[in-house]
Every structure is written in structure tokens, then in C-alpha cells.
Design a protein around this ligand. Structure first.
Ligand SMILES: [Zn+2]
Length: 82
């Protein structure tokens, strides 16, 4: 009856795989927020969403959006990404 061990081993694999995927997902989101941003419409100093000048501190972080637009984007992502 060694075979009876197989299904539960599979279940465990599936569970940890799902968990892993979930963690990867969260990691990707954090990474996406932290990584330097680019946008074909970015002119180097104005928000790609609303055209407002971006604070120098944000430009230094390679952001392409102002604080307001970034916040709106993150709110949206949080809502959609559960
Ligand atoms: Zn903006």
C-alpha cells in the first residue's frame, strides 16, 4: 500500500506551489513599485499621467509619475490585486 502515500504527497506539493506562487506575486508587486520606471511619454521631469512637474526626490528614484498619480495607481493595484 505504498501507493497510498502518493496522493497526499501531491496535495502537499500543490499547496506549497500555490503558496510559492502567491509569494512570488507579492514580491513582483513590491519589485514593480520599487524599480526604476520608464514610459515612452516621459519627458524627464513631468508626470506621464497628469503632466505636473515631478518632485526632484521622486525623479532621483526614476519615477515617471507624481505622488498623486502614483498613489492612485497603487490604490488601484491594491484593489485589483486583492
Ligand atoms: Zn500626475
Amino acid at each position: 500500500m505504498v501507493d497510498e502515500l502518493e496522493p497526499s504527497a501531491d496535495e502537499n506539493d500543490r499547496a506549497s506551489n500555490a503558496e510559492f506562487a502567491h509569494n512570488q506575486d507579492a514580491l513582483e508587486r513590491v519589485r514593480a513599485l520599487a524599480k526604476p520606471e520608464t514610459d515612452p511619454d516621459f519627458d524627464g521631469c513631468h508626470c506621464v499621467e497628469c503632466g505636473e512637474p515631478i518632485p526632484k526626490a521622486r525623479l532621483a528614484l526614476s519615477k515617471v509619475r507624481g505622488v498623486t498619480c502614483q498613489q492612485r495607481l497603487e490604490d488601484l493595484a491594491a484593489r485589483h490585486g486583492r
